[in-house]
Structures are given as structure tokens and as C-alpha cells.
Design a protein around this ligand. Structure first.
Ligand code: EPZ
Length: 428
């Protein structure tokens, strides 16, 4: 397996182009199951998870073509001939977002057999809200042999009022897609309002869907007979932007993030500003640097959007390891999302975990070490720590990063980081 070697101590200087968001592109790709027209998506990142979704859709019979124009990737999907409505265990266990095919398949094809995803490194992550919501739209869903067998009633799904007991990004997306083809009106109450959901809604509207309440926690969808194809540009990846903002701050550098707007990461900017990071809007994006001198410890609690995202919690913790004073970081979305802590401790950080909170006391310096992580964001937090640590950090299990950070090594190296990818078997 490949590894990444980082020699810490260089300040990041330069510009980083932010890619299209993985977590927007995945549901957007699933919209191809809702129409026999062509859905063209621009700015799709080149990531392992996108390949997994491509393979899943291809197995359903969607024709997927990818075109490269410079560094921009366009993916065109045609779901005119759906030949198979099964999402097999092997693909779903690889990537939980595979469950996003459930709603569209039941809505347009009247049936689906989708593997239950099972456990996950960051928490139990059930899909009960997806199932209950679709049942409220009239779907019959049986669970057996590890699969969800779903069937729409004769005549298709029927609009309903779905009041989510808990905010869920994936369940909101599945229900939103399904409701576009249900008869009558659906209301999604206590819906998630992450920008990736607004992006999905915009694409669906481009396909002929009738949706109101974009950006709020109350979506109203009037079902239509059929949807048509469209062209849509994937929204910028706010998590990638936040990660590189923190990488600039931890290395005391200055980086312009190209293609991202302040409002997309407002809560993150507000927290980082308290910690001594400054943001300047530029014609092309956002410039990030330290305001003056040291970083300060700040308390952070993860929340659904517009709050501080759980997908930046690990990176925030890495940032706080060398800040002045203490920082309390509380994770409220997932019950097991502190796997980076033991690895950061190995690099000299001072962190105590008490239940869902971690107390980070800033240290003068981190030292490089061989490290590994069990999920995407934990892995990138170790890269960030490696960028300021004394000596070499070797990150194992690089495939986690390949799932969600496009050209990470190249982007950081272009800003002056000493970072390289070591092919499997290469000497360190
Ligand atoms: C999405 O996952 C993201 N994935 C995650 O990004 C992100 O961490 C998460 O939202 C929260 O922002 C994609 O968009 C592909 P949820 P999702 O349903 O939709 C519980 C990354 O690193 N829940 O909003 O699976 C669940 O267990 C990833 O890019 C239920 O109880 O997250 C969790 O505690 C990781 N029942 C909470 O809700 C359900 O049926 C929020 O999960 C569904 C969820």
C-alpha cells in the first residue's frame, strides 16, 4: 500500500484550487436514475468514491462517460436503460453513500434491492431514517439477508409529510430525490440544509422538479410525472477548503483558496478567526493567513449546517495541538470520531478525551512519526500535523485520502510543502 512522507517545517505559500465537492457529486450522480435524459455534471472531482459510485451506477445500467478539459472533469450519465435495481453488498460496504440509489430507484423503477451498509469506523450510522421516510411515501420495505427490499405501491410513491426526528444529510437527499417523482406534495421537515443538499435541489430543479425552501430545514416538493436531463456544476468542496485553510494556519503560511466563497464556510471562518486566523475575500476566492503571531485555543462543537462541520473536527483538533492555551472539541454527530487522537498523541500532542469531548492543550512542537488512520478526515488531520512536526511523518493507509482529497500531495507540494507519495514497497 502507498504511503505519504511529509517533512515538517515549511510554511504553505501560494494558491490552491478547490475541487468540486465529493459529498455533492455523489448524490448528484444518483439523480441519473430519476430520468431517461442525460445528466451532465461539471467539476466532478477525481476520487475513489466517485469511481465507486460510477461502478454502482454502471451496474444498474447507467452509461457513464467522463471527459477531461484541463483539470476539470465532466461526467455525463444516461439512465435511459436501467437493467438492474440491485446495489450489492460489495459496493455498499465500500461506500455508504451507495444507499443514495435507494430513493431514486424506488421512485422511478418501482423497486430496489440495496444492501444495508453495516458498521463504520466513525460510528454505527444506521439508515432507519431513510427507510421510515420512504415508507411514509408509500414504499414497502422488507429487511432480509442483509438487504433492503423496497417496492413502490402500484401507481408509484405518494407525497407525504416527513418530519425527521434527527437531522440527516443522506436521508434528506434520498427523500428529496424520491419525492420529485411522487404523486402530490411532500414536505421534508427538520431537513438537513448542508450546501450539498441545496446543490442537489438546484440540479433537480434543472431537471424539471418543483422544489421550494432551498437552504432551509423545510423543503416542499411537488411531484412531477417525469424529469429530464440537465447540465449542472458541482458546488465547491467546503470541507476541502476548510482543510487547506487550517493547513495554511498551522504552518503559519498564506494561501489563496480559489473558487470558494466565505458564505460556504462561514461558521468555520468565524471559529478560525477567534483562533487568530484571518480571511480576506479576493476576486477569485479567499486568502487565509494568521492575523498576527500565535494561534489561540478555542472551543468547538460540531453541529449540522450552518454549524461547525463534523468533517472538519479532526483537522481542527490538529490545528489546536500547537495553539496557545486549551481547546475543548466536542463531537455531537458521530459517536466514534476521535480515532485521530491516539495518532496525534504519538506525534507529541496533549489531548484528553472525556466522552464526546476532547481537551487539547497546546504544545510547543510536534514530532514526526509513522502514523495511520481509519477514516478520511482523520488521515488528513495527520497530514496537517506532519506539516508542522519536526522531522518525518509517514502516513500509512493513504487510500482513505484517495477517497476524498483530489491531488492532495500535488496541491500541498505546489505551496512549498515537503511531501511525497511513496509507492508500495518503496524505501522511506
Ligand atoms: C454525510 O453522511 C456525509 N457523507 C458525511 O461525510 C458527513 O460526515 C455527514 O453527512 C454529516 O455531515 C456524504 O455526504 C456522502 P447523516 P451521512 O445521515 O448522510 C445518524 C466524509 O468524511 N443517522 O447526516 O451518512 C447518523 O448515525 C463523510 O466526507 C441515523 O441515526 O450522515 C449520524 O449520527 C463522513 N439514522 C447522524 O444521523 C439514519 O437513518 C448524521 O448522519 C441516518 C443517519
Amino acid at each position: 500500500m502507498d504511503r505519504i512522507r511529509i517533512r515538517g517545517g515549511k510554511s504553505l505559500k501560494g494558491e490552491i484550487r478547490i475541487s468540486g465537492a465529493k459529498n455533492a457529486a455523489l448524490p448528484l450522480m444518483a439523480t441519473s436514475l430519476l430520468t431517461d435524459g442525460e445528466v451532465r455534471l461539471d467539476s466532478v472531482p477525481d476520487l475513489a468514491d466517485i469511481t465507486t459510485m460510477t461502478n454502482l451506477l454502471a451496474q444498474h445500467g447507467v452509461e457513464v462517460t467522463t471527459k477531461l478539459a484541463g483539470k476539470e472533469r465532466s461526467v455525463t450519465l444516461s439512465g435511459a436503460n436501467i437493467t438492474d435495481t440491485t446495489a450489492p453488498y460489495d459496493l455498499v460496504r465500500k461506500m455508504r453513500a451507495s444507499v443514495l440509489v435507494l430513493g431514486p430507484l424506488v421512485a422511478r423503477h418501482g423497486q430496489a434491492k440495496v444492501s444495508l451498509p453495516g458498521g463504520c469506523a466513525i460510528g454505527t450510522r444506521p439508515v432507519d431514517l431513510h427507510i421510515k421516510g420512504l415508507q411514509q411515501l408509500g414504499a414497502e420495505i422488507d429487511l432480509r439477508e442483509g438487504y433492503m427490499y423496497a417496492r413502490a405501491p402500484q401507481g408509484g410513491l405518494i407525497g407525504a409529510e416527513v418530519n425527521f426526528p434527527k437531522v440527516s444529510v443522506g436521508a434528506t437527499e434520498n427523500l428529496l430525490m424520491a419525492a420529485t417523482l411522487a404523486k402530490g406534495e411532500t414536505q421534508l421537515i427538520n431537513a438537513a440544509r448542508e450546501p450539498e443538499i441545496t446543490d442537489l435541489a438546484k440540479c433537480l430543479i434543472g431537471m424539471g422538479a418543483e422544489i421550494e425552501g432551498l437552504g432551509t430545514d423545510h423543503l416542499r416538493i411537488r411531484g412531477v410525472e417525469r424529469l429530464h436531463g440537465t447540465t449542472h456544476k458541482v458546488v465547491a468542496d467546503r470541507i476541502e477548503a476548510g482543510t487547506y485553510a487550517m493547513a495554511a494556519a498551522i504552518t503559519n503560511g498564506e494561501v489563496e483558496l480559489i473558487g470558494v466563497h466565505h458564505e460556504l464556510i462561514a461558521a468555520v471562518c468565524a471559529t478560525l478567526q477567534q483562533a487568530g486566523v484571518q480571511f480576506t475575500e479576493t476576486p477569485r476566492g479567499l486568502k487565509v493567513s494568521r492575523a498576527n503571531g500565535d494561534l489561540l485555543g478555542v472551543d468547538v462543537m460540531t453541529e449540522p449546517f450552518p454549524g461547525f462541520p463534523t468533517d472538519l473536527q479532526a483537522q481542527m483538533m490538529a490545528l489546536m495541538t500547537t495553539a496557545q492555551g486549551a481547546s475543548m472539541i466536542t463531537e455531537t454527530i458521530f459517536e466514534n470520531r476521535f480515532m485521530h487522537v491516539p495518532e496525534l498523541l504519538r506525534m507529541g500532542a496533549s489531548i484528553n478525551v472525556h466522552g464526546a469531548s476532547a481537551m487539547v492543550r497546546g504544545v510547543k512542537r510536534l514530532t514526526g512519526a509513522p502514523v495511520m488512520a481509519t477514516d478520511l478526515r482523520a488521515s488528513v488531520s495527520l497530514v496537517m500535523a506532519g506539516l508542522v512536526a519536526e522531522g518525518d511523518t509517514i502516513l500509512n493507509r493513504v487510500y482513505h485520502l484517495d477517497r476524498g482529497y483530489e491531488r492532495l500531495v500535488q496541491k500541498l507540494a505546489a505551496c512549498g510543502a515537503e511531501i511525497e507519495r511513496l509507492a508500495d514497497g518503496a524505501a522511506e
